[in-house]
Design a protein around this ligand. Sequence first.
Ligand code: BES
Ligand code: ZN
Ligand code: ZN
Length: 497
Amino acid sequence: MNFQVKKGNLAVAKADLLVINIFEGMKDTKGASAAVDQALGGLIDKIIKEEKFIGSLGSTLLVRPEKFSAKKILLVGLGKKENFSEETVRQVTAVTVNTAKGLAIKNIVSILHGAGHGGLSAKICGKAMAEGALLANYEFVKYKSEKKKDNLIEIFEIVSLDSSHVREAEKGIALGRIYAMATIRARELVNEPASHMRPIDLVNATKSVVQASKGKIKIKIFDRAALTRLGAGGILSVARGSDHEPFMVHLTYKPAGAKKKIVLVGKAITFDSGGISLKPSDSMVTMKCDMSGAAAVIGAFSALIELKPKMEIHGIFAACENMPSGKALVPGDIVHSMSKKTIEILNTDAEGRVTLADTLFYASKLKPTFMIDLATLTGACMVALGEEVAGVMSNKSELAQKVLLAAKEAGEKMWELPLEKNYRPLIKSEVADVKNIGGKYGSTLTAGLFLQEFVGETPWAHIDIAGPAFAEKPLNAYTKLGGTGFGVRTLLEIILE
Ligand code: BES
Ligand code: ZN
Ligand code: ZN
């Protein structure tokens, strides 16, 4: 999709589909939308009344004017003005793209949503419009024999009367495109079926990001022998049941003069069958998504070369597959983790934390300013917060606040959960240092407490993305079924602070 921003008057713009907007509860159009209405002799306002169109968020009204510069006009509802935000702009732009796709229209001419009565800067509007449009335009069609690629939008033109808006919106669009493409990169990795996205495939996908960086991103790959030398018993034990070799990947981006060093860690279980503690079939169906944390880290890294953040950034994940077999880890096993702490395995389905024990320990040795992990860690987090909201836990409240703020700006929903120290005894083991499950209640929190055992004093935030990483049904206008790329945009906000 190509974006163009032009100074001009929407009322004379030649278009297959012209997009204007209205706030909920307003009786008539305002600003540039009103100019279109006037050029049509009040037709739009008249239809709004006739159709009793109230302008609720994402609602649409299609008008086919006679003898006008635009063939069709799409009026989109912005919802209530008091609820208006960047996220509104993403949603309504996505609705526009979805509507145009349905009408087989390839070129859209649109108002710059939000820069007038919405009160947002033109740059923010441009960014949100690019994100909403590109993410809505994304479809995972690789395995469809009949690829419907021809219904994708080709040109998205934004027209504004204000020439200073034009330049600012262009800057925003450039940024929004980077955010969206990084998110799509993560979606592509998650959507790939597990047999096509084995640990080695995840490593190769990462290598292609490194290659494209022309030396700016370095990669270290730890194979089984190297993991053995590191004493990575957590990773190696989870990988034991699988026929596919495990790998730990360490990415480094180190610009000159960097003052901060941060580490991004992702859970990278390419398929989680549960292992010997086998999952029921229904719960296994979406488990190709269990590498979504790593996908978010790789997606974020794919944007670094263009974004050029000033901090040193490391990305680390341990790719392995959790399978049952005669060689697999069994309940009751005791594992020697890289940190030398021993872990009693009581449920082989609580495998993510066992691999993260090593990955986070390795990451903490880099002595970063702070580190953040993203992990599809617990079904309990989905029970607590549902399919859209991630849980954030941190040993440093300022870091939790930083993550929550970045998420808000990114339009990703997150909520803080406590690392309740009174629950620590729940993961104490009788026979080892810790056990990998903490009983029936609060298991998102005991999973967080388990991870905390391996981070030492490093400021660390853990984001449980079990709910929002994968959409079992379309979640909103720009998040369709499948991998969502959740977390990428929050990470980019943090990196660019
Ligand atoms: N990968 C799952 C968590 C998950 C569930 C992610 C649903 C996305 C959607 C994780 O490895 C797991 O199986 N966790 C268990 C832990 C339990 C055995 C303590 C869970 O949540 O049931
Ligand atoms: Zn599991
Ligand atoms: Zn898992």
